[in-house]
Structure formats: structure tokens, C-alpha cells
Write a protein that binds this ligand. Structure first.
Ligand code: AMP
Length: 284
């Protein structure tokens, strides 16, 4: 049975009882509009824990002014249906006012170079919103393990840092990117794409595939890989936000590929901003 919990205090009480009874709690934080990507996180959690909690919360503090907070898809009934089918125990779907009461004045900010790159540059304040909501959700749900998708790889690293720096007694698990048949990374934002824009959106995957193949064929010059990714995306009519060849732990830019690398891109397709990445292990 799946229970839908609306209030932080109630979720908190339930989590406390679950822990007292010795259950392990797996947690999948989402903004809803659930798709196969979310489902793969949910399946991992259900397989690995006694109890799974999925949160559905479009977190206002991680959206900047002029971003898509208002139009972000909200499909709670469908989301609950998916959670029922997947054997989720609790859907935690709070209201913004209950997560962010007027009295609240505390923020959680991960510092350092992890957040001063990639999405952190194009979306100022985004990771402060992510870190704050994750800290709150972790304290409410008290998971043993929280599951994050590789599609938002920088977010995964930021949350890992948060958990380590603030001593949250929990694990963070990384789940691979789930894609459509043609390679497009599944995203709640894909539903904004107009029919003609889907082909353009696919250029992110093509850019990453070409760069990965070049690395596997022995290319070590990061500037050549960046040029390859940029030209694939721009020639498809999308507007490149960033392309990086980076260290997968620190996110520092690499000049040469001399070990495992993160290839990551962000681009605007019309008014939709999409991201994607590959982790690549070059031949020795
Ligand atoms: P969101 O609802 O977009 O905030 O995503 C919630 C969680 O699902 C995050 O940890 C995402 O990284 C993960 N996720 C979203 N899309 C995918 C995907 N295509 N494959 C794997 N995980 C995903």
C-alpha cells in the first residue's frame, strides 16, 4: 500500500517509527512528473530497502527568476499511480509553504569549486536551493540511503559533499542515466519540446557519443573534444550553454584526458534547457 503524506511533521513521525522498528529507509527525492529515469531510482530503492519514500516537491528555491518554476509539470495523481505500481510505501508531497514557512531564515550552501562551474554558473543560487531542500528532506525522511541520477551528475556531487560536510548519517547512491530508444536522456522537461525540437534535443546525446568515441579512439586533447561537442550541438540549431571535459571527482577542467573523465553538456533547445553527460574511461 502506498500512503500519500502531505505534512513534514507527519512524515517525520512516520520516519521515526519506521526507524524504531528497525526498518531501512530508501529515499528518492524528485520534483515529480515521474518518468522511466525516476522509476530506475525507485526500483533500486525498493530492491535495497525495507521501506521506500519518494518525495514529489517542485522546490521553488532551486529555480532562478525567469526560470520555469510556474510551468514545471505537476502531475501528482499520475506520479502516485506509478509509485503504487512500483511498490513505494510513502509518497511525500508537501506544499511549499509547509517546507518554507515565513519564519525560516536558514540556508545551506555548499561552497568551493564544485558549485562554481557548469550549472552553478548558469543558474546562480540553484545549488543553494538544492542543498537546502535536501538537508530538510533528509532530516524529515531520515533515510539510510538516498538515490540520485547520473543525469544530474553535478547535483549528485554537491549532495555528496553536503552529506559528508554536515555528517548526515546516510549513503548517497548514484544511478545511471535512463534514455529514450534514440539516446535522448529522459527528463521531465522533455515534455516541453515541440515536435520539431526533439531532433535538436538529440544533439546533446550525439555530441557526447562523438566525444566519447573520440576518447576511446585515443583523443586526449580536451579542446578538440570541446570543439567536437560544440559543433554537433550548434549545427543542430541548439544554443550551447556549456560543454566540459572535467575531472569526475572535482569537476576541474581537464586539458588532457589522462584517466576517467566527465563529458558534460547543457544547451537551450528553443526555450528548454537540457543537460546530459557521460562518464568515460579511456583506454590505458
Ligand atoms: P528531478 O525530478 O528532475 O529533480 O529528478 C529527480 C531525480 O531523478 C534526480 O536524482 C535525477 O538525477 C533523477 N533523474 C532524472 N532523470 C533521470 C534519468 N533520465 N536517468 C536517471 N535518473 C534521472
Amino acid at each position: 500500500m502506498t500512503d500519500v503524506i502531505r505534512y513534514p511533521a507527519e512524515m517525520s513521525r512516520i520516519a521515526g517509527e519506521l526507524r524504531l522498528r528497525g526498518n531501512t529507509i530508501g529515499f528518492v527525492p524528485t520534483m515529480g512528473a515521474l518518468h522511466e529515469g525516476h522509476v530506475s531510482l525507485i526500483r533500486r530503492s525498493v530492491a535495497e530497502n525495507d521501506v521506500t519514500v519518494v518525495s514529489v516537491f517542485v522546490n521553488p528555491t532551486q529555480f532562478g527568476p525567469g526560470e520555469d518554476y510556474e510551468r514545471y509539470p505537476r502531475t501528482l495523481d499520475d506520479d502516485v499511480e506509478i509509485c503504487v505500481q512500483e511498490g513505494v510505501d510513502f509518497v511525500f508531497a508537501p506544499q511549499p509553504d509547509d517546507m518554507y514557512p515565513r519564519s525560516m531564515t536558514t540556508w545551506v550552501e555548499v561552497g568551493g569549486d564544485l558549485v562554481n562551474r557548469m550549472c552553478g554558473l548558469s543558474r546562480p543560487g540553484h545549488f543553494r536551493g538544492v542543498a537546502t531542500v535536501c538537508a530538510k528532506l533528509f532530516n524529515i525522511v531520515r533515510p539510510h540511503t538516498a538515490y540520485f541520477g547520473q543525469k544530474d551528475y553535478q547535483q549528485y556531487l554537491v549532495v555528496r559533499r553536503l552529506v559528508e560536510d554536515l555528517n548526515f548519517p546516510m549513503e548517497i547512491a548514484l544511478v545511471p542515466v535512463v534514455r529514450e530508444k534514440d539516446g535522448l536522456a529522459r527528463s521531465s522537461r522533455n515534455r516541453y519540446l515541440r515536435p520539431g525540437e526533439r531532433e535538436s534535443a538529440l544533439s546533446l546525446y550525439r555530441a557526447l557519443t562523438k566525444a566519447r568515441d573520440a576518447v576511446l579512439a585515443g583523443e586526449t586533447d580536451a579542446s578538440a573534444l570541446l570543439a567536437l561537442m560544440a559543433s554537433e550541438i550548434e549545427s543542430a540549431g541548439a544554443e550551447l550553454d556549456y560543454a566540459v571535459v572535467a575531472d569526475p571527482v572535482t569537476l576541474e577542467d581537464k586539458e588532457r584526458v589522462d584517466g576517467p573523465v566527465l563529458l558534460a553538456v547543457a544547451a537551450w533547445v528553443g526555450d528548454v534547457r537540457l543537460i546530459d553527460n557521460f562518464l568515460v574511461d579511456p583506454p590505458q
